[in-house]
Design a protein around this ligand. Structure first.
Ligand code: NOJ
Length: 543
């Protein structure tokens, strides 16, 4: 697949995004929760690492029932995280280091404590009533229909005061806004402008596929697919509550708002959170590229970790991309089990090499660069509402949200030793931390830095062409491809399995520039390339 010329490429096409979960990154004021000044104090680390943009999960005022995804004021900062002035400082300091700042934008729902909802629920005739989705009780159970919440149970909650139900795709404390109401749309666009005027570089749009629901409130059909877990959202197919055609109108509207900023309208970035099959995901680029710049591609998280399946995924995704659209890849986030826990530490290195050499913008999740794993959360320390609602099903998100591990000292240097962090620090912090790994030339952190350094030095890895190579039968566990830009070409060979493999390189000759174990540098490659189990290798090819 073709790359682009360096002069035409945009920062978010060349760059690498790093997701920060602000509660867990760095606590500057010793209250056990991370904050904006904490993040600012770590910008030099991020700059050293080589990332180009940070995306912050929500930092707005919120009762924190869904840890910030329940917002009471879209244009302010939660005091726990700091002030608007602290935000401006973070933005300025990040920009000085050529790091862009992307905010989480949560358009689908507010907190039930948001003044809009308070007014909406106050009476049937309040002007804000229709800003949310209300419905009369149905005969029988009273529930207007069978729609389910992503977080378990019905998506409808009865409001005694006005005798109607309101809809919430997530917690009852997260009522969904009614995006069919023009005033809601205008109010939500104004929020984009507020932050764009302040200088933010883009938004990650939360829960985008949920934005519109069926006008006729039809029941969702039963999910006849792979055994859904009892009582969960997956027991129904969300035909009438997600991915409706009308979502595309909204997305184009958001895009138009961004296009009024920056040079050529491409300066500011929209990323959409979209758990969708590839054919439906790519529609979010919009007709003629008028939609979301990067509909987040989570398929590396959801596809079984097998060379053939990953190769198929890459082929399918590349083939589905509309003209002029730009790919992207994600390996981890605050909602999913950590990469090193899913794949194991050594294979996580191979995954890092894949992520940072594929064509498309990569997003890294904080701590994955250290090989942080899902932490054990004792029952009394559970915070996540999903784990509380659906206990023991492996859906809880706390294990992947524990404090960033900076030092080998108590609390991993996230907060002082005298303070109890909001979630426990993972028990491996004495060996898995920034300080120890920075000093170790073969650590996971050193690998990430080497990959990022290479990606920045060689445009082939970011904006270059992607050329797939069919692995032969004998090399079933190998995933191989080339990246090329002008006269520079690289072969990437990734051993997804445990056993050693040999790749016949035929006419290709060159030398190794990087391996996942950070060894073999400079080794000549002629005719064949030997790979250890779980090893990834990048070869600079002779032209
Ligand atoms: C997706 C976010 O990533 C998740 O953390 C949140 O709970 C839901 N959307 C609801 O906003």
């Amino acid at each position: 697949m073709e790359g682009i010329s360096q002069s035409r490429s945009l920062w978010w096409q060349r760059g690498v995004i790093y997701q920060i979960y602000p509660r867990s990154f760095a606590d500057s004021n010793a209250d056990g929760v991370g904050d904006l000044l904490g993040i600012t104090s770590k910008l030099d680390y991020l700059s050293w690492l080589g990332i180009d943009a940070i995306w912050l999960s929500p930092i707005y005022p919120s009762p924190q029932l869904d840890f910030g995804y329940d917002i009471t004021d879209y244009t302010a900062i939660h005091p726990m995280f700091g002030t608007l002035r602290d935000f401006d400082t973070l933005l300025t300091e990040a920009h000085q280091r050529h790091i862009k700042v992307i905010l989480d934008y949560v358009p689908n729902h507010t907190s039930d404590q948001h003044p809009w909802f308070q007014k909406s629920r106050s009476s049937l005739h309040n002007p804000r009533r229709d800003w949310y989705i209300w419905h009369d009780p149905a005969p029988g159970s009273g529930l207007p229909n069978n729609w389910l919440s992503v977080f378990g149970g019905p998506a409808w909650t009865f409001d005694k005061q006005t005798g109607q139900y309101y809809y919430h795709a997530h917690l009852p404390e997260q009522p969904d806004l009614n995006w069919r109401h023009p005033q809601v749309r205008e109010a939500m666009r104004a929020i984009l402008r507020f932050w764009l005027d302040r200088g933010v570089d883009g938004f990650r749009v939360d829960a985008l596929r949920h934005l519109m629901k069926d006008r006729e409130f039809r029941d969702n059909p039963l999910n006849r697919g792979i055994g859904p877990r009892r009582g969960t959202f997956d027991t129904l197919s969300p035909l009438y509550t997600t991915d409706l055609p009308e979502v595309h109108e909204v997305m184009a509207e958001l895009r138009r708002e961004l296009d009024t900023y920056g040079t050529g309208g491409e300066d500011r970035l929209l990323i959409g959170e979209l758990y969708l099959p590839i054919n439906r995901l790519v529609r979010y680029y919009g007709e003629g590229n008028t939609g979301i710049h990067l509909p987040a591609n989570f398929h590396l998280i959801t596809t079984p970790w097998d060379a053939d399946k990953i190769a198929q995924l890459i082929i399918e995704y590349e083939a589905a991309l509309p003209p002029d659209s730009w790919p992207n890849w994600v390996l981890g986030n605050h909602d999913r089990s950590r990469l090193a826990s899913r794949l194991g530490g050594v294979q996580a290195r191979v995954a890092a090499m894949l992520l940072l050499t594929l064509r498309g913008t990569p997003t890294l999740y904080y701590g994955d660069e250290l090989g942080m794993r899902d932490a054990d959360i004792p029952p009394e320390k559970i915070q996540d509402p999903v784990e509380k609602n659906l206990p023991g099903q492996g859906l809880g998100r706390d294990p992947a949200r524990t404090p960033m591990q900076w030092y080998a000292t108590a609390n991993a240097g996230f907060c002082p030793s005298t303070v109890t962090p909001w979630l426990p620090v993972s028990s491996d912090y004495a060996t898995v931390n920034v300080t120890i790994e920075r000093a170790n030339p073969t650590s996971m952190l050193s690998l990430y830095r080497a990959l990022l350094t290479l990606r920045h030095a060689e445009p082939a890895f970011s904006i270059g062409d992607y050329i797939s190579i069919e692995a032969d039968e004998a090399n079933g566990h190998l995933l191989t491809y080339r990246r090329q830009w002008q006269d520079k070409s690289f072969l990437i060979a990734l051993n997804i399995g445990d056993e050693a493999q040999t790749l016949a390189t035929f006419a290709l000759r060159g030398h190794i520039v990087l391996t996942t174990q950070l060894d073999r540098q400079g080794e000549a490659v002629t005719e064949e390339l030997n790979l250890q189990g779980n090893e990834g290798v990048i070869v600079a090819l002779q032209s």
